[in-house]
Design a protein around this ligand. Structure first.
Ligand SMILES: N[C@@H](CCC[C@H](N)C(=O)O)C(=O)O
Length: 257
């Protein structure tokens, strides 16, 4: 039987979206999910997202990386599923949904989505990097030659190396552009390559830059390969609260496979 799918992207981080409110999708078929995400043999995407019913909230989000494995929170995917839920008529302009890291509130205006992310209170400062979890684990480090280096090779070495090993971490390389703007390139675990944008990644970068004193602003602009995102937050007793990831979420095409 053919499967209807929708393709969405948020700053170039692209996803296969499936309406699984009838629970027909085989969630245990890792190879099939990887095939759907394959850019040569399948539809092509950085990840696959299921929209499911929830007893008390608007919907539930289930996220898989392009390798076919279910993973931790996807910020850009979270913005895209809000646009998808609106398209399906599940929500109007506001949403409260459950993802693997807990509840998320969101608003959508045209294709601009503001998504509330996890509060962050634990930030590890190391000699050459910062590590924090914004729903997914993120290694953040400065890279002056950000426009011209082998991110796949360097990112993969860090992702699979100590202390992350097999469980891994996403890896963000950052260059300061101004007081309020940073350039970011991300190597994503589970895609095992650079993606054009990573929502939990830029959230981690914005918080890390504030934590390190690289910005005093609580609205930070992030220039990524696929466009621009904004992250805002409040800081209370060293805890980053009311963290919002802001950017577009765009329908690309619909099909059957
Ligand atoms: N693209 C995502 C992050 C998805 C999860 C990540 N690959 C992982 O496994 O940790 C985002 O926009 O946050």
């Amino acid at each position: 039987m053919l499967q209807t799918f929708y393709k969405y992207q948020g700053t170039g981080n692209d996803f296969v979206m499936i309406d699984n409110r009838q629970q027909k999708f085989d969630k245990n078929n890792t190879k099939h999910i990887a095939f759907l995400c394959d850019r040569r043999f399948g539809i092509g995407a950085d990840g696959l997202i299921l929209l499911e019913n929830h007893d008390d909230l608007d919907f539930k989000m289930v996220y898989y990386n392009a390798d076919g494995n279910e993973s931790s929170m996807c910020g850009n995917g979270g913005r895209c599923i809000v646009a998808f839920a609106k398209h399906l008529g599940v929500i109007k302009n506001n949403a409260v949904f459950e993802a693997i890291d807990g509840l998320h509130q969101a608003t959508i205006d045209e294709n601009m989505v503001k998504l509330q992310m996890l509060d962050v209170s634990t930030i590890e400062k190391h000699e050459n990097h910062v590590f924090l979890n914004t729903g997914s684990p993120h290694h953040v480090q400065f890279e002056d030659a950000i426009d011209d280096f082998d991110i796949r090779a360097k990112g993969s070495k860090i992702r699979f190396g100590e202390p992350y090993n097999k469980a891994g971490s996403n890896v963000n390389f950052v260059k300061r552009v101004s007081d309020s703007t940073f350039r970011v390139r991300t190597y994503e675990r589970g895609v095992e390559d650079e993606t054009l944008s990573c929502g939990t990644g830029v959230t981690a970068v914005a918080i890390a830059m504030h934590y390190l004193g690289e910005t005093k602003n609580n609205i930070v602009n992030l220039n990524v390969e696929g466009g621009q995102l904004q992250v805002s937050f409040e800081v209370e007793n060293n805890e980053y609260k009311n963290v919002l990831l802001i950017g577009h979420a765009t329908f690309v095409f619909k099909g059957e496979i």
